[in-house]
Design a protein around this ligand. Structure first.
Ligand SMILES: *Cc1c(COP(=O)(O)O)cnc(C)c1O
Length: 200
């Protein structure tokens, strides 16, 4: 962050603990780190409620695709839902949030490479979707998330995401993984999602 002319602490590290055994997750918790990302609701439910009892201050982000029938569980477990990416899911999320209890933050996942094999909303539809979530459904979208196509340079995709966030006045940008987080930080990431570089 400092090398990019940004403030110390401007970028948060999401330790991606999907598929990792409790022993490895425990080792990272023992360093004091508290912000983690998981891809699957069921896997996270098996791991985190117990860990939460033993390590106060844990913040958990869902960074994988979310099925509409898992929204209730996801809202109950996660502090942020990173993949609010389609109208049905946004509606279900808004309904769940109407119930008393937890109110996770939301990121919209954008598919900047328009890869049809991947989830996430295409850029052409994202502007109206974000407006709909915020003004009609009252979902507090705080930021955008993306995974650039693996076989292309990530910079143009990060730039597209950053520009879209600026346009909507969204403060958070979740972009950058083990292979490209330095570039993502230079381009404005506020959250980098790192798995392999931490856990091997
Ligand atoms: C697995 C995963 C990561 C971490 O990727 P690494 O290359 O292991 O750092 C980040 N974001 C998402 C959405 C992931 O599924």
């Amino acid at each position: 962050a400092l090398a990019s002319g940004r403030e110390r602490g401007a970028v948060r590290l999401v330790a991606v603990s999907k598929t990792q055994p409790l022993s490895k997750v425990g080792a990272v918790l023992a360093t004091g780190h508290r912000l983690f990302g998981e891809n699957r609701v069921q896997e996270a439910e098996a791991k985190w409620p117990i860990l939460r009892q033993n390590f106060p201050g844990i913040e958990l982000h869902l960074i994988g695709p979310l099925q509409t029938n898992k929204v209730r569980q996801a809202v109950a477990l996660f502090d942020a839902i990173g993949t609010t990416d389609r109208p049905g899911l946004a509606h279900a999320g808004a309904d769940e949030r109407g119930r008393p209890g937890r109110r996770p933050r939301c990121f919209t996942q954008v598919n900047p490479g328009e890869d049809p094999k991947k989830a996430a909303i295409f850029p052409a539809e994202a502007d109206s979707f974000i407006d709909h979530c915020r003004s009609t459904l009252g979902l507090p979208i705080e930021g955008l998330m993306c995974i650039p196509p693996v076989d292309e340079p990530p910079a143009p995709h990060f730039a597209l995401l950053a520009e879209m966030a600026r346009r909507h006045g969204l403060p958070c940008l979740s972009m950058g993984m083990s292979a490209d987080f330095e570039l993502a930080v230079r381009m404005g990431a506020t959250h980098v999602r790192i798995g392999t570089a931490i856990f091997g």
